[in-house]
Design a protein around this ligand. Sequence first.
Ligand code: PEP
Ligand code: MG
Length: 876
Amino acid sequence: MKNQKYVYLFNEGNAGMRNLLGGKGANLAEMTNLGIPVPQGFTLSTEACTKYYEDGEIISDNIVQQIEEALSETEKVTGKKFGDKENPLLVSVRSGARVSMPGMMDTILNLGLNDESVKGVTKLTNNERFAYDSYRRFIQMFSDVAIGLEKRKFEDILDSVKEQKGVKYDTDLDAEDLKNIVVQYKQLYLKEIGKEFPQDPKEQLMESVKAVFSSWNNPRAIVYRRLNDIPASWGTAVNVQSMVFGNMGNNSGTGVAFTRNPATGENKIFGEYLINAQGEDVVAGIRTPQPISKLQQDLPKCYKEFMDIAEKLEKHYRDMQDMEFTIEQGKLYFLQTRNGKRTANAALKIAVSLVEEGTLSKEEALLKVEPKQLDSLLHPTFDEEELKKHTPIAKGLPASPGAACGKIYFTAQDAKAHHEKGEKVILVRLETSPEDIEGMVAAEGILTVRGGMTSHAAVVARGMGTCCVAGCGELKVNEKEENFIVRGKTYKEGDYISLNGSTGNVYGNVLKTVSPEITGYFGTFMAWADEIRRLKIRTNADTPRDAEQAVKFGAEGIGLCRTEHMFFDEERIPAVREMIVSDNEEHRRKALEKLLPMQRKDFIGIYKAMQDRPVTIRFLDPPLHEFLPSEIEDIRDLAEEMGLSFEELKSTIENLHEFNPMMGHRGCRLTVSYPEIAEMQTRAIIEAAIQVKKEEGYDIVPEIMIPLVGERKELKYVKDIVVKTADEIIAAEGIDMKYLVGTMIEVPRAALTADEIAKEAEFFSFGTNDLTQMTFGFSRDDAGKFLNDYYDKNVYESDPFQRLDQSGVGKLIEMAVQLGTKTRKDLKIGICGEHGGDPSSVEFCHRIGLNYVSCSPFRVPLARLAAAQAQIKNLR
Ligand code: PEP
Ligand code: MG
């Protein structure tokens, strides 16, 4: 049998091989085919990564052999030799997954340098300083990434040499200093590792490839994958590419650029570069770069060539490109191109512009925007009037737009810890690195002292839709003492600041914000989504305010109004408690009498907010003791208020205690015990509808939803109460009013017997929160505590409470849809669990033919787009 191919030269691939070669590898191959100057090399496929893990983290002989063959091809193409003391080949070793995961995995540059080849580089470039600087960078990077030696120990050596010499910058060190540093670095390596720094470039290469494969499973990559729904099984490819040098004098340089502005979407090249520098200086934000326009003055020929290729790449990929380039002694090379990460605003503007420019169809444009990205547009921005009233304390670069207010913290760990306590936090750093990812996720906003618009902080923040001000050099940050000083004032850990990511302004207090609106490009884009989608989008809303917000965001109805949320109101809770502790029907009815007008008023408000859009109202669902006080003092006060003795009330509360309330006396089980609750709620729903119909003329058809049903007769029992009560009211009013009675499908037994249940139910709504809980058999309130262990051990890759478990819970849903529609052809079916606002789950709902999904108001636009994308993908 022929050996499987794991290694591909750049001229053996193309853009369509992304799954196999990773995004970076596929695009390097594509650029090579397009005749764009790319330093040549080869890609180890994602299958090689999977094999590496299958083999117990070993690179098999077959793969080693293929690497060696590809290496000798690369030597031929470049005319250089690995480890040669005359004309050495140096390579970079970089990760490249199917989708870009900026900074999450490892990279090694200048590989191939050793005591011999460093002399070759010296001769070739006539620049000893450059050669030894590259060598010392390589030792440091290799030791850190491939061997796990602490970076800090190398930095200490570098700092002590600078100190002895009395200089401040690396650039002040000469060749002799750097040679001395190389000697010390190698001594450190020997001391720490117990063997010499590897001189054989092939050994260096194999160790580095292993390190990059292993970095697929480093903690920050795992977190990033979970945040972005990237399966662990994909693995990463590894690109081995011959090095070109941007730090070979003033006719060299390196930079990154986007074909359009990634923050605003403006159709104008946007980039930064550094003269006489290596790529890592730009990405790490260590030196603050120049705008790309400066290249026109410095090296006009390269600038023109660069601009021509950038345009060609955007046309070719039909999307905004993010490119890395290096100029080595006047010759331009492209190191990478990819579809650029962009803010949600920019994404919408670019998508709409590409349609207007005739490059994309509407369908293609709709697929260009991640539904989850829309989230950042739905968050408040600063009120313009408020901004006028306050003077900024500092100004940095507007790296990622948005408004953020919060308490400042100076480490990612602190930011994460305080966020978990419920605080709004702003992460303040000199510069961020990939290790900060969890703190960045937790933060409302990110503020950095160093780094430009393409620094790590800026790129990652834009990708996450988090507000970021970068390169705010005015701040004197003291990370050790956890404070910063600006314009003579000190801001300590825990102090409040506000960031305006659209202007770069920083404020020393909390600023007022305003709600967003869907207008402009956003409006145009969403209108296209609405033209295409089949699924209806409803919202989960319990108050008129939420309902109004959802309608503004495009909701077409309410899919779930949880009536219990109305019971917690301060004015109502006494009557609710009275109802609960009543020991006979008469008392309970008295308490319910008090609640009736309040509930009716709630529903009137909701119907009015929704005009004549459909509204599904669900009966009381949670276990009753949730409404009762648990503290002794509160019980005493309540007893007094209700004219009961303390002991009497305490014993009632104790009687209501359940070992597993989520599986206890809740949902329709309450109505089976106390039918008068259903009577009151039906009355409130129908009377409110009649009143609004009379006053406003809306044609309201209330949808009454019974929760937690698991048995047809159980549903029938409750339904009979609803029908009797409703019909009496309607008859007494002499009005024509239709209403529907349906059920939630959230107990597995309901799904299994859906054909029976559908005999009584006019609609189904999948309560996937409970259905997930009961199918997995773990509590939705407690699972969070141990699910992290499951993610760490790759048992689950995502939270089944957020992303529908299609193979388990989904199977029950599909079965229930089939059984239900067999009994009742016109059964209306939706979903109202949290999954209704998750893009992959929306796609599932579309595929199995549901009528609607219902989600929280702020997720409505996301669901509209996800539904359109599902329709487009299915059509293809
Ligand atoms: C559900 O279980 O999915 C649901 C929507 O109901 P609740 O979250 O109120 O239990
Ligand atoms: Mg439920």
